[in-house]
Design a protein. Structure first.
Length: 229
């Protein structure tokens, strides 16, 4: 039951992240409620995975584990910054709370953390994609998909990642991540389907990068072990 709860929370967090990025569709009030839900789910996610924190000082750190740890802590910092800055800037959900802070700093922090969180969440999902697909395979009786279907799925993933890369560059996300631009440009003339599909493709690109980066690091680890034997 616990793995299913974890997967449900992770799925909801992914949906909420895509919705939060599409600010021009949701508007301020709904954006705040989605953000509050995201914060609650993130806290639940960390509670359910608290054993990971307890194992940080145990075992050997392989390149794969080092990369996972960096990504996880980067995502943690991004989410904490988002929660803190979001509460300070809140006009609806937390407006009644006696919380004051530097609005300009909070806005800058929120912008950078949102895009870093978006990218790191995609990579984080990619690093754990093998675990998710393994669970689905076991649920299907341990049968793997036929060869043609595997190749179709790989080509579809590659095409999605390519489209996501085009959208990522076109939206100039890097300038927001590194604060080269102080304001985010929202195209309010785009349809909801167009905006969400572009952000889904961008996240798919980072999931693709995370998945194959993890696979490459695992292959390096296996080759290293085989050479020692």
């Amino acid at each position: 039951m616990k793995p299913k709860i974890k997967m449900g929370i992770d799925f909801l967090m992914t949906v909420l992240m895509l919705s939060l990025m599409a600010y021009q569709i949701t508007g301020q009030r709904l954006h705040e409620w989605f953000g509050s839900g995201m914060l609650v789910l993130f806290i639940m996610h960390n509670i359910l995975n608290s054993r990971w924190y307890g194992s940080l000082l145990k075992g050997k750190y392989t390149p794969l584990r080092i990369m996972q740890t960096i990504i996880n802590f980067g995502l943690l910092i991004s989410m904490l910054c988002l929660g803190f800055s979001g509460i300070i800037m809140s006009r609806h959900v937390f407006a009644a709370l006696p919380i004051n802070g530097p609005m300009a700093t909070a806005r800058t922090m929120h912008m950078a953390a949102s895009y870093w969180g978006f990218v790191l969440m995609g990579i984080h999902i990619g690093f754990h994609l093998a675990v998710v697909t393994g669970m689905f395979r076991r649920a299907a009786g341990g049968n793997s998909a036929p060869g043609p279907i595997k190749w179709f799925l790989r080509l579809a993933a590659f095409a999605l990642a390519g489209y996501g890369a085009v959208c990522f560059v076109k939206a100039d996300i890097v300038s927001y991540m590194f604060l080269k631009s102080q304001f985010v440009f929202f195209d309010f003339e785009k349809s909801a389907v167009s905006v969400l599909s572009e952000y889904a493709a961008m996240m798919g690109m980072w999931v693709f990068i995370g998945c194959y980066s993890a696979k490459g690091l695992r292959d390096v680890l296996l080759k290293g072990r085989s050479l020692k034997r």
